[in-house]
Write a protein that binds this ligand. Structure first.
Ligand code: ADQ
Length: 499
């Protein structure tokens, strides 16, 4: 028996995700502005340098004509080469029309799967499996996944590994195996996988589970999410769960936890860049005499931003001696701005911030600075570095990379991380952070007090624990582990067939 040709270096990896690492925003008939997308997956995979990666994803704009599609494909290729400083990275767009995007992306992905997987339930109007909107959104979801599969199949070469990402593409493993049973297919979920009792409420629960099980390897951030998935397969589908995964008619789909990390070196190195040093000096001057607390989130209901701000208000209420001595900087990148619930969330956050600043602000200082925007990498690193206390209070979060990025930038200051117990990161950074239940505003307010008054020795000890974890479990290691496990999975399957 010979080991099949697994190329150890520069293995060709087809990374399939809903969005490409570069998104296009239409500026005119034939022009786009191209931006590197902010978001967890992009941040993690930016650290992976060992693979010759082909990124396959939706371009972010509707381009109906072929000439326009060719022009955009070319522009994306140039942009990604510039962004990754690497000619071996390629971007292959999937073109979806507006109606599909609306039903698949805004509808099924963001209105149904995203809230459900974060324990926010199904939308009221879609509770009945028979409603037209649910069925047409699910049909569009499957169609979009088939369109992704067609592009993957077109670019697939024997020996490639296909890595599908996230809840947008749960149907993709099944579509890919229909093209080619021998394709090595892995699927990784970036959100939590909820308890099987939550998944059970989804009208398309079984079809989705079967589609994911077509993959050779299924990965989650934590052991708990993996366990929930296996329970869903055993309880809902009646399949057999084994220590390695799920077995269906003699075929094993391996299920395991692969906790993501960040490119910690990139953050640590950035702190020496003169531009970042300059930012740090400015921030220190600007907030001299005050402790800096920081929140960095996408503006999403799962991130618990209103709860965080209310906890800060409670802290100010109970600790008048800290007024004017502490400031909360909340940076929130707007996402899904066309969805009414997100618009409502933005106004709600603005309203709470305005009320608290009116209540506790003075002519010279306001307690909360709230920015609705994305920061560039250097500005973000400077902010992390000057922060005394980071507040990550997600109501649910697959992992949460902001907590990792903060730790990476804190080796000089050794600030405190307050972290939601409902973020996947609580499993890895729990011993160093102060863990909180974000719904318990009194508890979060007390943890702010604890963090601001923590002794230098304790801060050092806690930081050290987290810093070792963040620098040892990187994005690169995460991707390499997943892909090598995927290679081995297929090897084992072939071995079984040969025997
Ligand atoms: P996200 O929900 O996007 O990711 P997170 O893991 O925190 O959440 O990653 C956000 C990324 O965006 C970070 O790299 C952060 O630096 C960046 N970012 C956020 N706000 C920013 C701002 N204002 N300016 C600039 N950059 C900003 C999903 C899941 C997570 C999971 C990741 C990776 O929801 O739980 O950790 O995928 O798997």
């Amino acid at each position: 028996w010979e080991r099949p040709d697994v190329r150890p270096f520069r293995q060709r990896l087809l990374v399939v995700a809903n969005r490409l690492p570069v998104s296009a925003v239409r500026r005119g008939e034939e022009s786009w502005s191209l931006e590197i997308s902010a978001g967890g997956l992009v941040s993690a995979l930016l650290g992976v340098k060992e693979f010759e990666a082909r990124w396959i994803g939706w371009a972010g704009v509707n381009v109906p004509d072929e000439a326009g599609q060719r022009a955009l494909t070319k522009a994306l290729a140039e942009k990604i080469r510039e962004a990754f400083y690497d000619s071996l990275q390629r971007c292959i767009p999937v073109f979806l029309d507006e109606d599909i995007v609306h039903q698949y992306y805004n509808g099924y992905c963001n209105n149904i799967l995203w809230p459900l997987f974060h324990y926010l339930g199904l939308p009221q109007e879609d509770r009945l499996a028979t409603t037209r909107s649910f069925q047409s959104q699910f049909a569009a979801y499957k169609k979009a996944n088939q369109m992704f599969a067609a592009v993957v199949n077109e670019h697939y070469e024997e020996g490639d590994v296909v890595w599908c990402h996230d809840y947008h593409l749960m149907f993709l493993p099944k579509c890919l195996k229909e093209y080619n049973r021998k394709m090595k297919v892995g699927w990784f979920l970036h959100t939590p996988f909820p308890s099987s009792e939550i998944h059970r409420t989804l009208p398309s629960r079984s079809e989705l589970l079967h589609a994911v099980l077509a993959a050779d390897l299924v990965g989650f951030h934590t052991y708990d999410y993996a366990r929930h998935f296996v329970s869903a397969c055993t309880r809902i589908l009646g399949l057999e769960g084994t220590p390695e995964g799920v077995e269906d008619q003699g075929r094993l789909t391996r299920v395991a936890a692969f906790p993501i990390g960040i490119d910690s070196e990139r953050f640590i190195r950035a702190l020496d860049v003169p531009q970042v040093q300059e930012h740090i000096r400015e921030l220190k001057e600007r907030f001299a005499g005050r402790k800096v607390m920081l929140g960095v989130d996408r503006l999403d209901m799962i991130k618990g931003i209103p709860q965080k701000i209310l906890a800060f208000e409670k802290f100010l209420e109970e600790n008048p001696s800290w007024h004017e001595k502490v400031v909360l900087l909340q940076i929130a990148v707007p996402t899904r701005t066309d969805v009414p619930e997100y618009q409502k969330l933005t106004s709600q956050v603005h309203e709470i911030v305005g009320r608290i600043n009116g209540r506790f602000g003075t002519l010279t200082a306001v307690p909360i600075h709230h920015l609705d925007r994305s920061l560039d990498f250097h500005a973000l690193c400077a902010l992390y570095a000057v922060t005394d206390v980071a507040l990550v209070t997600s109501l649910r979060d697959g992992m949460n990379l902001v907590s990792y990025e903060f730790v990476a930038c804190q080796d000089a200051k050794k600030g405190v991380l307050i972290l939601s117990e409902f973020a996947g990161a609580a499993q890895s950074l729990g011993a160093g952070a102060i863990l909180v239940n974000p719904w318990n505003i009194t508890e979060v307010a007390a943890s702010i007090d604890q963090a601001l008054n923590m002794s230098a020795e304790e801060r050092e000890k806690r930081h050290q624990h987290n810093f070792v974890h963040v620098t040892n479990h990187t994005a690169q290691e995460w991707a390499e582990t997943f892909v090598s496990e995927l290679n081995d999975t297929v090897v084992e399957a072939q071995l079984r067939i040969r025997q």
